[in-house]
Design a protein around this ligand. Structure first.
Ligand code: CMX
Ligand code: CO
Length: 142
């Protein structure tokens, strides 16, 4: 079902500061920046590697406000790993399969994600405490 780790999402207070840290410390490059109002984030994707199913990235996330998923996470836990995102060939189909196994879906239908992808989240409490995102790259058939 999972083709690769698409990205690891990291919650931070100051996106620009964190981008600069990752660039100078790990020599990573920002390949996309976006504001996603629906998800309540300002974000940047830093490229790690390319593979058969698509690339893998670090996703840096700054909340658009305190009453957003990342805003609440920062208030409760502080900066750090917020979610892990797996690449799947068909996110709607993966949701159906995983939902059928009794895992709570935070999204019944795919939403808009970074760089034109389709995304959906699974409840962290049903995945061993890990907020899990499914990602379908834009060039994968819907
Ligand atoms: N990882 C692990 N556990 C988490 C978590 C996270 N990122 N966020 C919340 N939790 C845990 C909390 O610690 C809490 O546990 P306890 O009850 O034991 O304290 C429980 O889940 C409920 O958390 P909450 O603070 O009350 O927050 P909500 O239930 O309101 O929301 C969640 C949590 C996961 C449902 C919500 O953050 C969500 O819908 N997330 C999906 C969307 C998202 O995160 N978007 C931003 C990223 C966008 C992108 O990647 O493109
Ligand atoms: Co993400």
């Amino acid at each position: 079902m999972f083709m690769r780790i698409d990205h690891v999402g990291i919650a931070c207070h100051d996106l620009e500061e964190k981008i600069a840290f990752f660039e100078r410390t790990f020599d990573l490059t920002v390949v996309a920046r976006e504001v996603n109002e629906e998800q309540g984030v300002k974000e940047a994707m830093l490229h790690i590697a390319d593979g058969e199913g698509g690339g893998s990235y670090i996703q840096l996330l700054e909340p658009l406000g305190p009453d957003t998923p990342v805003g609440k996470f920062l208030a409760k836990r502080g900066e750090g790993v917020h979610h892990v995102a797996f690449g799947v060939p068909d996110v709607a189909r993966a949701l159906e399969e995983i939902g059928g196994k009794g895992i709570r879906l935070l999204d019944e239908k795919p939403r808009h994600g970074s760089m034109g992808s389709s995304i959906a989240f699974l409840h962290p409490k049903d995945v061993g405490g890990m907020l899990t995102e499914l990602v379908q790259a834009p060039d994968q058939g819907q």
